[in-house]
Ligand binder design. Sequence first.
Ligand code: GDP
Ligand code: IMO
Ligand code: MG
Length: 431
Amino acid sequence: MRVDVLLGLQWGDEGKGKIVDVFTPKYDIIARFQGGPNAGHTLEFNGQKHVLHTIPSGIFHPETKNLIGNGVIIDPYIFEQEIEKLKASGIDPQKNLYISKKAHLILPTHRLLDAVYEQSKGGEKIGSTLKGIGPTYTDKVSRSGLRVGDILCDDFEQKYNQRKEKHIQTAKNYGYDLDTFQIDSKNFDAYEKCWLDALKTLTSMQLVDSELFVNNALKRGETVLAEGAQGTMLDVDFGSYPFVTSSNTIVSGVCSGLGVAPQKIGRVFGVFKAYCTRVGNGPFPTELFDEVGEELRKCGHEFGSTTGRPRRCGWLDLPALKYAIMLNGVTDLIMTKADVMDNFDTIQIGHEYNYGGKRMDYFPYEINDPKLQPVFNSLKGWKTNIGSIQKLEELPQNLMDYVSYIEKQVEVPVSIISVGPDRTQTIFRIE
Ligand code: GDP
Ligand code: IMO
Ligand code: MG
């Protein structure tokens, strides 16, 4: 069997969590392969809304195994809070959640460093979620990180203290005062205590060598879906660097973040919103600063699932979408949130870029240059409330024209149209 992949094609928050939840009954394993609690994946069903940060979005289906792979980074305290919330809603993750012993740990001092580095950037801030993502991946790559399996080793405390002291020294070098530092409204010592206590919850889970877990499952003929976090435009190599996250959010992240070989990758589902959003700083060519952008934010409830920050909103960006499809080898597109534009008379699409008179239809190195401007095409809106539509043939023609326009430009079919946040608001064109 092969590993199918579902990932975001824009700047995150495309609706990945919702679609993974819809897909889960078709898969034996749902596996996260990168990122950490900077992610916020929202699922809605039975009138309830759930937000997941580290735990895969298949967790609400007890018969499906959920795996946190080696490429993910875990904050034990945030993880424990997620577990408690799940338990409160009647889910027992101990039964169907597996965690790689090779996944790295986010230490409280990684969060300290995230804040220190952001503050030191002045006007050039990334707009990080401040969950310690950059510093944790930095330690991983510089070979000084701590992993989940290390918690069980006798010298864990010693190793932890070593890292902590080194990080505090770095923060001091930046002139940072630990006494004034707060994490989630707690002072450092209080947060650290919660973090250390939470290690027990993490080690009480089923800890595995996830690369063997996945490959053995494939050999047995089990089906696996890899769930991406963030989006392609936040990829550390191909996104709008330096305004990116610190992992490979694209399909190659599945190979390194789960230990599966490239030829084992199957279908690649690329999720995109019918418009664009971005939270945090960095280039966003089709961004709207007017009342249309405000309407997208209001109707789309565009506020971050992790930080609550208002998301920047704009029109669909085709050069960026094409680029993301190319990088990921997307086989199927999934369009979400078209319902947010139900009342629009006209809809614009960023068709290509104009860079000092030169037309570009891809996402170039020069993306950060304000000289790069989008060129728009206009399409008619559908002026229909699509949220309650269940059948493909009942979707309005102008919406299907919008879909056809996109398909013609990107040369990949839109297999699913999501018309609302609930599980049931999902229309399949291709199974
Ligand atoms: P993720 O990070 O990609 O999982 O996306 P988020 O959960 O951060 O943000 C997507 C938001 O849009 C969530 O609040 C979802 O409940 C919601 N959502 C997903 N699909 C749709 C859709 O088709 N229409 C509407 N209106 N909301 C959607
Ligand atoms: P999901 O999985 C949207 C953004 C942050 C910031 C940049 C770097 O829910 O789609 P980091 O904390 O990683 O150092 O922040 O990336 N960012 C996201 N934006 N959705 C996400 O995840 C994001 N994860 C990180 O806002 O601009
Ligand atoms: Mg999100």
